[in-house]
Design a binder for this molecule. Structure first.
Ligand code: NAD
Ligand code: WQD
Length: 338
């Protein structure tokens, strides 16, 4: 089986490629390297015993993408490529709609023209919006999103669902990720954000190595056990393994499938700080700040459907997530080399 992985050099994509290759799948990576370093490709190579091909190509480049499909024998696609910074999307909405939505339209058109109708899409728990009560299940209403990034995910879900209605020979899997953290056990691959991290774990690890003075905790007056926001953190390797199962599912027959990929457990910001301190032995100074616009109190999954239908569940706990994040950050204080 040969899988084209868009955004395969990024954080989740690189971990997924390692697990796909370990599972005997042939991988072809397409990435324009707008949010990752090329050295991540070498790090993937160093962890697997099989070579693979990568192309530097933007998914909006229809000709380029078409020539890749003509050259490689692609059975299915895992589509990670996209811009993902929530706050950036608020002041660059056109860039987000162009890259994420238009990029997906180009990809789908090229796939269809080349007779490839199987796709796994990186969606997000953000599509559940502000109003659903956790644990979140796949049948809940989606769409109450609060920012352009989230809207691109919701719009792409709608596009893929309409595509399936128009032609049910497609096989489409929407994976709604909760909060991916952690890194490969080797410490050679992990999350390498540009600039000041938006997300909690990379911010904590940068405080731990001394790049940032303290963590800002965005609000301690939520209706949660300690007042700080509660999220469903999932180890990136568990997430990667969920993609291996999802690809097997879409290979098995046509259909439209939607799965949460989360652990089903919620941890507060202060729980994560404590777990990280325990795993790393490093104290994380923090200051309580105001709430961050657009944040909700609590968000965690019901991961039961993925277990029932894919036989997948997350195995790695919060301690392991923190240990692995710390190993990556301490071994690579400046992230991937240029
Ligand atoms: P990432 O930025 O590390 O990876 C995305 C990759 O896509 C990068 O390597 C980037 O260079 C590439 N890319 C972006 N636009 C491209 C384009 N037009 N053409 C080709 N390549 C392009 O992000 P990630 O955390 O690995 O996320 C992967 C996917 O999962 C994204 O679609 C993201 O929205 C989604 N997601 C991420 C999270 C999270 O918290 N990390 C949560 C839910 C969903
Ligand atoms: C987690 C918790 C913050 C940073 C975002 C996107 C979502 C998905 C995952 C892509 C919250 C608190 C954070 C900090 C803090 N991405 N926090 N100080 O907001 O759940 O989800 O990433 O699809 O779409 O919205 O993740 O890691 O930013 O925040 O106190 O410096 O940590 O308020 O409670 P979030 P996060």
């Amino acid at each position: 089986m040969s899988v084209l992985v868009t955004g395969g050099a990024g954080y989740i994509g690189s971990h997924t490629c390692v697990e796909l290759i370990n599972a005997g799948v042939d991988v072809v990576i397409v990435d324009n390297f707008c949010n990752c370093k090329k050295s991540s490709i070498n790090r993937i190579r160093a962890l697997v015993n099989k070579d693979f091909t990568y192309y530097e190509c933007d998914i909006r480049d229809k000709k380029g993408l078409d020539s890749i499909f003509k050259k490689e024998k692609i059975d299915s696609v895992i589509h990670f490529a996209g811009l993902k910074a929530v706050d950036e999307s608020v002041y660059k909405p056109l860039e987000y709609f162009d890259n994420n939505v238009n990029g997906t339209l180009v990809l789908l058109d090229v796939m269809r023209n080349n007779g490839c109708k199987k796709i796994v899409f990186s969606s997000s728990a953000t599509v559940y919006g502000m109003n659903n009560i956790s644990p979140l299940t796949e049948d809940m209403q989606v769409g109450g999103v609060t920012n352009p990034y989230g809207r691109t995910k919701f719009m792409i879900e709608c596009i893929l669902q309409d595509l399936y209605v128009s032609d049910n020979s497609w096989s489409i899997c929407l994976l709604r990720y909760f909060n991916p953290i952690g890194a490969h056990k080797s410490g050679t691959m992990g999350e390498d954000p540009n600039g000041i991290p938006n997300n909690l774990m990379p911010y904590i690890t940068q405080v731990a190595i001394g790049k940032r003075e303290y963590l800002n905790v965005w609000g301690d007056d939520y209706d949660t056990p300690d007042g700080t926001g509660v999220r469903d953190y999932i180890h990136v390797v568990d997430l990667a393994l969920g993609h291996v199962k999802a690809v097997q599912k879409i290979e098995a027959g046509s259909g439209l499938y939607i799965y949460n990929l989360g652990t089903g457990k919620g941890y507060s910001v202060l729980d994560v700080v404590k777990a990280f301190e325990k795993a790393s032995g490093v104290k994380i100074p923090y200051k309580i700040g105001p709430r961050r616009a657009g944040d909700i109190a609590t968000c965690y999954s019901d991961p039961g459907k993925a277990y029932r239908e894919l036989g997948w569940k997350a195995e790695r706990d919060i301690e392991e997530m923190c240990e692995d994040s710390w190993r990556w950050q301490s071994q690579n204080p400046n992230g991937y080399p240029d």
